[in-house]
Design a protein around this ligand. Structure first.
Ligand SMILES: *Cc1c(COP(=O)(O)O)cnc(C)c1O
Length: 388
């Protein structure tokens, strides 16, 4: 179709002009933080596989065994084909890890948020979401048709003011935020949000995609921030520190039962591959039994931040905001030439004017690389930023 082709071409060229066009780079990810690009051996500081569990021998073995025993797909939605026992095992393990009564596993973290939010809220209800919340929280809020207000990042006064103004006019209410912010690495003030949520009868949900496996002894932001038992809805993904694929919600059993009865992304989407469930169970074994290993990503991030003169990180995500997309791409290229993958993060993933390098640290990084990277950042990137 000519008009279709023209539309796509015009859109792409407008993105290109603003340095916002995105392209996929062929990357052969290896054990730990190593990746090959065009035959070059690179060290990646852009990966969310924080514990390298995607390559852990026990996790791979569990996935392989499940593939052989149960086949590579789950056949249909879990309500249709019958529930695979591996899903139940996984849900019980997630609930235990997060200190919740029960859990529901979804196809991905994105699907989880797209399913959870509209199951709990609809027209006439109220959602308050942090402005830096992940895209799928905002997408889930949109399709719920609840009145959604965005509060300034981690701004409790703003949350309180919005609740005072809008809570009374709405039936149900949710406060939703990333637990660990995906592009900034800081944490939400979860205990204080829980206080406000209790005061105004609002349901607090944290998206702990970047918290589980990394902070709070691997149990996530709620645990790290001393808010255990105070966050009724803890969602997250199996695709980052847990190393595989899938999403989940941990909550009280009645809430989970409601998800399994009403959430569209649970009902109308095929269950996870059995191997994904088996891999996640094996990964949780590692997280629960190896606290020293779980502490490594944050330790590496802290070493980097200290050497680069940056504030102490709260998670293993360390951003350096450069502002301009072209400048950020150039900095990413400079690090690439030195053998380091540090992806430039540009709008609309982050707000306009805040394009940045986003460094993520994993248990598999060698301190030698962390030190060399910090040195390059200080001498080649921060020096010119601070002069500009
Ligand atoms: C990655 C991410 C998601 C989506 O999880 P997937 O399993 O990758 O779909 C949701 N929320 C946050 C905060 C994330 O960083």
């Amino acid at each position: 179709m000519k008009s279709l082709d023209e539309y796509a071409r015009a859109k792409l060229s407008s993105m290109e002009q603003r340095q916002l066009r995105r392209t996929l780079v062929e990357t052969d990810r290896q054990d730990g933080a190593i990746a090959y690009r065009d035959g070059r051996r690179m060290v990646s500081f852009s990966c969310n596989d924080y514990l390298n569990l995607s390559h852990h021998p026990d996790v791979i073995r569990a996935a392989n065994e499940a593939n052989v025993r149960y086949g590579v797909g789950s056949g249909a939605s879990r309500l249709i084909t019958g529930n695979h026992p591996l899903f139940r095992d996984l849900e019980l393990r997630l609930a235990r890890l997060k200190g919740a009564e029960d859990a529901c596993v979804f196809g991905s973290g994105y699907l989880a948020n797209m399913g959870i939010i509209p199951t709990l809220l609809g027209p006439g209800d109220l959602i308050l979401a942090d402005e830096l919340s992940h895209s799928c929280i905002l997408a889930g809020s949109d399709i719920s048709k609840a009145d959604t207000f965005i509060f300034r990042h981690n701004d409790l006064d703003h949350v309180a003011a919005l609740l005072a103004e809008h809570r009374a006019g709405h039936l149900r209410a949710m406060i939703v935020t990333d637990g660990v912010f995906s592009m900034d690495g800081d944490m939400a003030p979860v205990s204080a949000l829980a206080d406000l949520a209790e005061e105004y009868d609002a349901w607090l949900m944290t998206d702990d995609a970047h918290g589980v496996g990394v902070v709070g002894d691997g149990r996530g932001s709620t645990h790290a921030l001393g808010a255990a038992g105070r966050v009724p809805l803890q969602m997250g993904t199996l695709s980052k520190a847990i190393g595989g694929y899938g999403g989940y919600l941990c909550a009280d059993k009645t809430v989970i039962d409601l998800m399994k009865t009403r959430s569209r992304t649970f009902i109308y989407s095929t269950g996870l591959a059995p191997a994904a469930a088996a891999a996640a169970i094996a990964a949780i074994d590692v997280i629960e039994t190896e606290p020293d290993y779980v502490a490594l990503p944050l330790a590496k991030a802290s070493l980097f931040a200290k050497l680069a003169g940056l504030p102490a990180p709260e998670s293993c995500i360390v951003p350096i905001v450069l502002g301009d997309p072209a400048r950020t791409l150039a900095a990413s290229k400079l690090l690439d030439d030195a053998g380091y993958i540090v992806t430039a993060i540009r709008p609309p993933t982050v707000p306009p004017g805040t394009a940045r390098l986003r460094f993520t640290f994993t248990a598999g990084h060698d301190d030698v690389d962390v030190r060399r990277l910090a040195d390059l950042v200080v001498t080649r990137i921060l020096a010119s930023r601070d002069m500009a």
